[in-house]
Design a protein around this ligand. Sequence first.
Ligand SMILES: [Zn+2]
Length: 119
Amino acid sequence: MRTESWGRPRRILTPIQVADIALAISRGSNQVIEAKRYGVSRNTVFRALKRAREGEKEPYQSKPCGTNAAYERHRRNGEVACDACLEAHRIQRMNYIERDPTYKEKRRKWNEQRSAISC
Ligand SMILES: [Zn+2]
């Protein structure tokens, strides 16, 4: 993980500053102006306002078995995926293939290459 930022040092906004920004925006300012005023990036303002609006995030909970995320976790941990996860992954793959208009063409090329190697 990157621990230091390039360029200007990272700055955070205090809750009072965030409240001030929210007030200024409600009076017709915008995030870019407020970011310049406090010398932070627009993204810092955006995230601070979002956090103020939604409250602190609840701690991350990993997805339960029977999802593609859980399938990937099994694979990452070097485990054999359970049936529910295999099924979820199969469905995810099917949806992906259905959405890829070039998939049939790709598969034809792969098969051609494979048959060329085996001959
Ligand atoms: Zn599982």
